[in-house]
Design a protein around this ligand. Structure first.
Ligand code: PLP
Length: 469
């Protein structure tokens, strides 16, 4: 007899295309129905700790009545009207004003999108616009990093430095290139006279000099690389990046889609590094995922250039849903919750607890590295700690450990064999401790079954990035 669950899964595979779609995933599909705080429930009634806050976004936790009320109130007042130049609405104005108080002092002007990839497109187009407006139309290239994730629309995908996303959609947009990530575990410092952070930043200088500064529009970077496996740069990395961008007239775009709105234990991720970007982009945490919203903020320097062109050369960029009143109203209430409940400080304190608990895993056989900043962290699992070699791709480590964690009541993602953690800021102490205990148990259960790796197999992480003409 067909159960409700069988029927749902049949309808799912007949009618729904999922992100990262493949029918082989259908059998393991869980249908999510409910959430409260840091806990989510599937259609069978089983509960899980939401170890990644959805997709690094449900920062204030599930089940917030206030956010539903804010949406309901705005929708029943004004559902939609265009915010194209010449039109506006109260929530969009109030949100832009609020962000100018919250964000870096030099960033005071905002454009809204429906999500992170649209924010990436917007930032990149704005960087090109900026240089054209200043009479330097040849400054068009964009430099990003290996293992960066900036979204999957075509230009964003080209900035993304995870090659798995490319092959079936090539050619990528021309003019995008990648430098090494400032990964304290895997970056090899070629220059013993400088710190790892400075050496990693100097990869940007090398790339700019190789390409010619007159051709480079922008460098885009996440303050903490999330989907690439939670890479936390050394303390001195971004100061050197800022210096290099200034020296060669390259705009610095901070992609704060994950790090924005408290995730790192500060309101925004670059605060810790004491530098300001020229352009910042955000999404996810601005509404805690309750409704789609993203956007870009620009420094006063960039805004003045945007405002200084004649009408015929205007910034001809737009989305129907830019400044959507309901999304902005929900964002305002979400920010009010974060402020009212002191959730940025809570992300910092729960983050410290998380890192302390994870650090207890470093002596485990296959735990190569533990890292985190605020309430975003990862454990990198390796086949061999002395060579840092990963398990071979055929071992299916990521899928197996993900499923082992789900069976034990933890939902999170494993990328490049890094088990990632970014729970809602409201996660309780006992839930957090349990999350770490489940992950450890699942990692141990899966790794004990995996064959030892032959020494000749090289690391999977550093597949050369295919050159593109
Ligand atoms: C840093 C970063 N930028 C951009 C994006 C793309 O956002 P979206 O999936 O909303 O397009 C993501 C999504 O995970 C992200 O982590």
């Amino acid at each position: 007899m067909m159960t409700d669950s069988d029927r749902l899964l049949a309808a799912d595979s007949a009618h729904l295309i999922h992100p990262l779609h493949h029918p082989s995933a259908t059998a393991a599909t869980r249908v999510w129905v409910e959430g409260k705080g840091a806990i989510i429930k599937d259609a069978t009634g089983k509960e899980y700790i939401d170890g990644l806050a959805g997709l690094w976004n449900v920062n204030v936790g599930h089940g917030r009545r206030e956010l539903a009320d804010a949406a309901q109130k705005q929708m029943s007042t004004l559902a939609y009207h265009s915010a194209y130049a010449g039109g506006s609405n109260y929530p969009a104005i109030a949100l832009a004003e609020k962000l100018s108080a919250l964000l870096y002092p030099s960033i005071n002007t905002f454009f809204f999108t429906s999500g992170g990839a649209e924010a990436t497109e917007t930032s990149i187009k704005t960087a090109r616009f900026y240089w054209k407006a200043l009479g330097k139309p040849e400054k068009i290239k964009v430099i990003s990093r290996h293992r960066a994730y900036h979204g999957l629309t075509l230009a964003a995908m080209s900035a993304t430095g995870l090659p798995a996303f490319w092959p079936m959609f090539e050619p990528r947009v021309p003019g995008f290139l990648h430098i090494d990530a400032p990964d304290p575990y895997r970056f090899t410092n070629p220059d013993t006279h400088v710190s790892l952070g400075v050496a990693a930043a100097r990869k940007l200088e090398e790339a700019i000099l190789r390409e010619g500064a007159e051709t480079v529009a922008a460098f885009i970077a996440e303050p903490v690389q999330g989907a690439g496996g939670v890479i936390v740069p050394p303390e001195d990395y971004f100061a050197e990046i800022r210096r290099i961008c200034d020296k060669y007239d390259v705009l610095f775009i901070a992609d704060e889609v994950i790090t924005g709105f408290g995730r790192t234990g500060r309101w925004f991720g670059l605060e810790r590094y004491g530098v300001e970007p020229d352009v910042v982009q955000f999404a996810k945490g601005i509404t805690s995922g309750y409704i789609p919203l993203g956007g870009m903020g620009v420094s006063d320097k960039v805004r003045d250039v945007m405002n200084g062109v004649p009408p015929g050369k205007r910034w001809m960029h737009a989305y129907t849903y830019s400044g959507h009143a309901t999304c902005c109203a929900v964002a305002l209430e979400n920010i009010a919750i974060i402020e009212r409940e002191g959730l940025v400080a809570r992300a910092a304190s729960q983050g410290a607890r998380l890192l302390e608990r994870l650090n207890a895993l470093v002596d485990d056989d296959n735990v190569g590295h533990v890292r985190g900043q605020g309430l975003i962290a990862a454990v990198e699992v390796v086949a061999d700690k002395s060579t840092k070699q990963l398990f071979p791709a055929e071992s299916g480590f990521a899928g197996r450990v993900t499923e082992a964690m789900l069976q034990r009541g933890l939902c999170t993602r494993v990328v490049l064999d890094c088990v990632c953690f970014a729970p809602p800021f409201v996660i309780a102490d006992a839930e957090l401790d349990r999350m770490v205990a489940i992950a450890r148990d699942a990692i141990q259960a899966v790794t004990k079954d995996l064959r030892p790796v032959p020494p000749a197999v090289s690391s999977r992480l550093y597949e050369p990035v295919a050159a593109q003409s």
